[in-house]
Design a protein around this ligand. Structure first.
Ligand code: SF4
Ligand code: SF4
Length: 244
């Protein structure tokens, strides 16, 4: 993880405590440069990720989970990462392995994902979860952040990965990770906090939300207009280059 500025540290801490209390407002984002803007998003997300980890740990402490380093059956299915999480993830990671994994993994991931993207996006916007479930079964390419069965952005992985845990025999996930996944009791609380954070960022940057409240699908940059695209391009250009 890259080290934080003083302002980023303050935003992360304030975000973390505000998420436990709905009456507390999320920190105001102040920025003058693209670096400061992406830093603010990353700091908010870091606070949110800490909140998620806290919720998971309270409910299913790590020593009771069967998940372990090098176990990655669950990383070869569609991973929904909001565009702001992608910005934060890329901004936070100062690690050559992330760039290598992304460069190696992205082409296969995109070949698998791109043909399904329009239908997937439509099903998501229309809340057709059965359709979405059937479509996602066709998407089996490994996540572009996976390298040698390990997550290269583990500390900055998205909310869906943080809440995807199991307490059953690990090898069962090889057959169907979705059916083995532990269902968090605090799932609604986590999702509410997620929406709150995304809305706060979108409002701060005047980014319009797509139908259904989503800012975008993972790495589907074109569905966000305006500042969001520029911010993301900046964050990506800063940390990742990959050949098409
Ligand atoms: S959910 Fe299953 S596949 Fe994923 S890390 Fe945990 S045990 Fe491994
Ligand atoms: S971000 Fe990391 S944990 Fe999440 S699917 Fe990708 S490799 Fe797995």
């Amino acid at each position: 993880m890259v080290s934080e500025t003083k302002q980023e540290r303050a935003i992360r801490k304030e975000t973390f405590s505000s998420l436990f209390n709905e009456s507390e407002t999320l920190p105001e984002l102040q920025f003058e440069t693209p670096e400061e803007a992406t830093g603010c998003i990353a700091a908010l997300m870091r606070g949110f990720w800490k909140f998620v980890d806290d919720c998971v740990e309270r409910e299913l402490p790590q020593h009771t989970q069967t998940c372990a380093k090098g176990c990655s059956y669950c990383c070869s299915q569609p991973i929904f990462m909001d565009i702001f999480e992608a910005v934060a993830c890329i901004y936070c990671m100062d690690n050559g392995d992330v760039a290598t994994a992304f460069a190696n993994g992205f082409p296969a991931w995109q070949n698998n994902f791109a043909p399904q993207q329009p239908v997937l996006w439509k099903a998501l916007q229309e809340d057709k979860w059965d359709e979405l479930g059937a479509l996602t079964k066709k998407l089996t390419a490994p996540c572009p952040f996976l390298l040698n069965d390990e997550c290269t952005c583990y500390k900055a992985r998205p909310m869906v990965c943080r809440t995807w845990v199991s307490k059953k025999f690990r090898l069962l996930c090889r057959m169907n990770p979705s059916s083995i996944k532990y269902t968090l009791k605090s799932q609604d609380k986590v999702h509410d906090a997620y929406n709150r954070v995304l809305l706060h960022i979108a409002t701060s940057f005047e980014i319009p939300l797509a139908a259904g409240g989503w800012t975008t699908l993972p790495l589907a940059y074109n569905s966000v207009d305006g500042n969001g695209v520029e911010l993301l391009k900046h964050a990506i250009a800063k940390h990742i280059t990959y050949s098409r």
